[in-house]
Ligand binder design. Structure first.
Ligand SMILES: C=C(O[C@@H]1C=C(C(=O)O)C=C[C@H]1O)C(=O)O
Ligand SMILES: NC(=O)CC[C@H](N)C(=O)O
Length: 897
């Protein structure tokens, strides 16, 4: 007998892959996934999870022309291929057609079409609703809450009771709605016996488990239905989440019992799953980016110019001691070649004396000679990516080419192929985490597009959402060993006379002897600032923070969505803008974008103008404008960075000046790291407490953070991140080595969890232990953006809701990621938070005493996870706490406002 086959109907939950993993490992089954709105069935065209990942049903693209009957027939034919169906959890309400889609058809199958079904959460609620029950709101939603599930341990002699022989266990709940079969009409005296009997309202449903939830003092407990079975049909369902990391293993027995019952039912009915015929569902694990590319016809005969550059690299490097007292910015300044672009990934809190922080970076990574680097840029919605290079072999070339993208892999496919061609083989020893490779940023909006959210036609700009440079010259500071590595990747087939390594090493050695000014004098007065902008603007900045009342109202709106079952947790954010005179010489030379043209864009523009009391600029800014024109002036973005790293030393600090974007970041949060053997690790952070006299020690912070509200917030993201990793690593390849750990940072304590995954080995065994492939870290990155800690769960619906609440304002670099993907296959990405960024083309003209003056606009995003237990005041305060770090470099503390 072959492995059993299970069909999972995916309602777009962020826990789906955890369920398919559990079913695969526990039952030894092959699990296939069909979205509830599968376009191949024409139910809801355009809502498919993965572009072009269509399970091979190419002859079915015209599904929208199918009649209702034909679609149903096609679904029923598909069901014949499986031993059982699992209807998954998800956002929304089972009584809303679009939220459950295909699941509804399952309960209406004719007797000769029946097959065993297991509903989880939304799937369970749909089962209850289809059999006379009502689905109503809980008195208060329970998300990420762990409760003991009450059932009759002996099974009570009920046939098909999948809880028989299972000890009491704890399980995680993620729901706002619940099944109402009339339980509230039963008096206290009868409850004990009546709760296990079908109710008058739902005579076909046998209750199998309950949770009785203590509510407010004096209130009766809330009777929450946790599991049912159908009296005669092979339908079962549970309200809790069997797949959550906090559900006890004992709960697995329920799944095992269900499957035994399912197989028994199939045997008794003589039902055997068909092994041939058409298959609509896809495998539970995503195909790798590279494998999708290999299916394509080979490239054109003549390679393009960029296909020849930097391929077959070998690593050359030199090590010099890190001179005492030399800081990362000193090194950057010493080797600066006057290039307008700069990328520094800075373990700013590496120095032992810099803080008591738990998490320190070990390495800082500096990209050098970026004008000689190939750049890959992509703007969401474009059918192409751009590859460009400014200079080659010391001469300016300004080559640029638009590369059409394949629908299957999109920009990720291009990046994977680009990387593969330039991969450093495992045989090359790497003494540093990065020997060269991609460095750059990815925006939040790229992540939205990756999860199938359409940004619409009205983006008023053409800024890159993916901006990565292929760095071949780099400087690595090893803060632990106190050494600097100067490294260069040289294309294998090119003879080179490049002496960059030697020259750079000489400059670094010279640092030893040169007298150094402190890289930033903390006591220096920061540029003055006024919140109303009435002071001489050339000297001041004006800031526009979120309005307290508006923010609190948005928190309440989030909670309304959560109470309605649309989301379990929403990471609400807002942006503070800081406008100030243009400070960087390269910005002054950069042409701004032309004026937006469509009426909608004009409206956006006017809104922005009125906010800033100025006018958009549509021409290059003259370099004679007010402020200093030196990149090292006290107000340049680089000096902002130096100030921030001093005030807020963070393990994932970074400075990026790449294309039209500038980022100054003090991020404490790792998003994703992976090594060349395909071990991936993510570190979602949820639960923040500000350091104060009352909360000064780890023990005090633990007391505040180890409470149900904070733990639930974290747990939800942990399960979400497990789902993201399972989707690429596959069943049984994800673990949680550190759960709900409180760590100390410069000005806050944060609760984090470590989630690890292992990419599948190369099927043909090529390349030895060290290589992964065809999966690489890029597959994981592509499958897990935007970072779950910045969205909430379930990710897709939550992001859609947040876009509405946040007024369709783009988050841009904030909530995206910054990091690298080394040519060896290693990678490390941080979540872009506690940071400020700006776009060159976002400028306003401010009227000053001396006439109009052009200002640049910096943005600081800040926010936090809203749950049903949040208070508007608490969330507002958390947002201001996070805003405080970056804003303080302008001399302001929002916590004192
Ligand atoms: C939203 C932010 O931070 C995120 C939200 C956190 C929380 O809700 O506790 C913690 C870290 C980040 O993942 C931010 O810094 O702006
Ligand atoms: N996890 C779920 O499936 C949740 C179901 C439903 N949206 C609720 O909130 O109750």
């Amino acid at each position: 007998m072959g492995r059993p086959r299970i069909l999972f109907l995916d309602a777009y939950d962020s826990f789906s892959n955890n369920i398919t993993s559990l079913l695969t490992t526990l039952l030894g089954a092959d699990v296939f996934v069909l979205p509830i709105d599968d376009p191949l069935l024409g139910t809801h065209p355009g809502g498919h999870h993965y572009d072009g990942d269509d399970g091979g049903a190419d002859d079915n693209k015209d599904a929208s022309s199918l009649s209702h009957g034909e679609r149903r027939a096609r679904f029923v034919a598909e069901l014949k291929r499986y031993d059982a169906v699992v209807c998954g959890p998800g956002p929304g309400n089972p009584d809303t057609e679009a939220d459950v889609g295909l699941v509804r058809h399952v309960w209406q199958l004719a007797d000769d079409e029946l097959l065993p079904v297991f509903g989880v959460c939304l799937g369970f609620q749909s089962l209850v609703s289809a059999h006379g029950g009502q689905v109503r709101r809980l008195r208060r939603g329970l998300h990420g809450m762990v409760r003991e599930i009450h059932h009759r341990e002996g099974g009570g002699g009920v046939e098909g009771d999948v809880f028989a022989g299972v000890r009491r266990f704890n399980a995680t709940l993620y729901h706002s709605l619940c099944g109402d079969i009339g339980q509230d009409e039963v008096g206290e005296g009868e409850w004990e016996a009546a709760r296990w009997r079908p109710s008058a309202r739902c005579p076909d449903l046998v209750p199998l488990a309950w949770v009785e939830e203590e509510r407010e003092q004096g209130e009766e407990k809330e009777r929450i239905l946790m599991a049912v079975k159908h009296r005669t049909k092979p339908f079962w369902g549970v309200q809790y989440h069997p797949e959550s990391v906090c559900t006890d293993e004992e709960g697995n027995k329920v799944i095992l019992n269900w499957f035994r019952e399912a197989q028994k039912w199939n045997r008794e009915k003589g039902r055997v799953a068909l092994s041939e015929g058409h298959e609509l569902a896809r495998a539970a694990t995503k195909p790798s980016l590279l494998s999708q590319l290999k299916l394509r016809p080979t490239e054109q005969d003549a390679p393009r110019w960029w296909e020849l550059l930097e391929t077959n690299p070998t690593l050359h490097s030199l090590m010099v001691p890190l001179p005492a007292g030399v800081q990362v910015p000193d090194i950057v300044e010493a080797v600066d070649s006057g290039c307008a672009e700069r990328i520094v990934l800075d373990s700013a809190n590496a120095a032992p004396a810099s803080s008591r922080a738990d998490v320190r970076g070990r390495y800082s990574i500096i990209a050098a000679k970026l004008d000689e680097s190939l750049h890959v840029e992509y703007h969401v919605g474009d059918p192409y990516a751009t590859i460009k290079i400014r200079s080659l072999g010391g001469s300016s070339v300004n080559l640029s080419e638009k590369i059409p993208l394949e629908p299957s892999g999109g920009v990720w496919g291009l990046l994977a192929a680009f990387h593969e061609k330039r991969r450093v083989p495992a045989a090359e020893p790497a003494h540093t985490p990065f020997v060269g490779g991609f460095m750059g940023y990815i925006t939040y909006e790229q992540g939205l597009s990756d999860i199938g959210i359409c940004l619409g036609q009205d983006r008023s700009h053409h800024r890159p959402d993916v901006s990565l440079a292929w760095v071949t010259k780099s400087i690595i500071v090893d803060h632990l060993q106190q050494v600097i590595h100067v490294q260069q990747l040289r294309s294998g087939h090119l003879e080179t006379t490049d002496t960059w390594i030697d020259k750079t090493a000489a400059k670094l050695r010279a640092l030893q002897d040169s007298p150094r000014r402190p890289s930033f004098n903390l006591s220096a007065v920061p540029p003055s600032l006024s919140t109303v902008g009435t002071r001489r603007p050339s000297m001041s900045a004006s800031i526009k923070p979120p309005q307290t009342k508006e923010y609190e109202a948005k928190v309440k709106t989030c909670q309304e969505y959560i109470a309605a079952g649309e989301s379990y947790e929403l990471c609400l954010t807002d942006q503070t803008t800081i406008t100030r005179p243009i400070s960087d010489v390269w910005t002054q030379l950069a042409p701004a974008n032309p004026l937006p043209s469509s009426p909608r864009k004009l409206q956006q523009k006017q809104r922005f103008q009125s906010q800033h009391n100025g006018a958009f600029l549509n021409s290059p800014i003259s370099s004679s404008s007010s402020s200093s024109s030196s990149s090292s002036s006290s107000s340049s973005s680089w000096s902002l960075f130096k100030r921030l790293r001093k005030h807020q030393p963070a393990p994932f600090a970074s400075y990026l000046r790449l294309g039209p974007a500038t980022l100054v970041s003090a991020s404490p949060e790792r998003f994703l790291t992976y090594d060349r053997a395909g071990r991936c690790s993510m570190r979602p952070m949820k639960g923040t407490v500000r350091k104060s006299d009352e909360v000064a020690t780890l023990a005090q912070a633990e007391r505040i953070l180890h409470v149900p509200k904070e733990e639930a917030e974290n747990l939800m993201i942990v399960d979400l991140v497990r789902h993201d990793l399972h989707g690429v690593c596959g069943a049984g390849r994800v673990t949680v080595p550190d759960l709900l750990k409180v760590e100390e940072y410069q000005s806050v304590f944060q609760m984090i969890t470590v989630v690890e995954g292992q990419l599948p080995p190369r099927p043909d065994g090529h390349g030895g232990q060290e290589e992964t492939g065809p999966y690489t870290g890029l597959d994981v990155l592509a499958a897990s953006l935007p970072p779950g800690s910045m969205t909430g769960a379930p990710k897709k619906r939550s992001c859609e809701i947040l876009r509405e609440i946040e007024g369709h304002n783009e988050r841009g670099l904030y909530s995206g990621v910054v990091g690298y993907m080394c040519a060896t296959g290693r990678g490390d990405w941080s979540v872009t938070i506690r940071s400020l960024f700006r776009w060159d083309d976002e400028q306003v003209v401010v009227n000053t005493e001396d006439g109009p003056e052009t200002h640049e606009v910096w943005r600081i995003g800040a926010g936090g996870a809203v749950t049903i237990l949040s208070t508007p005041e608490g969330e507002r305060e958390e947002m201001f706490t996070k805003l405080a770090g970056p804003l303080r470099i302008f001399g302001e503390d929002p916590c004192r406002w």
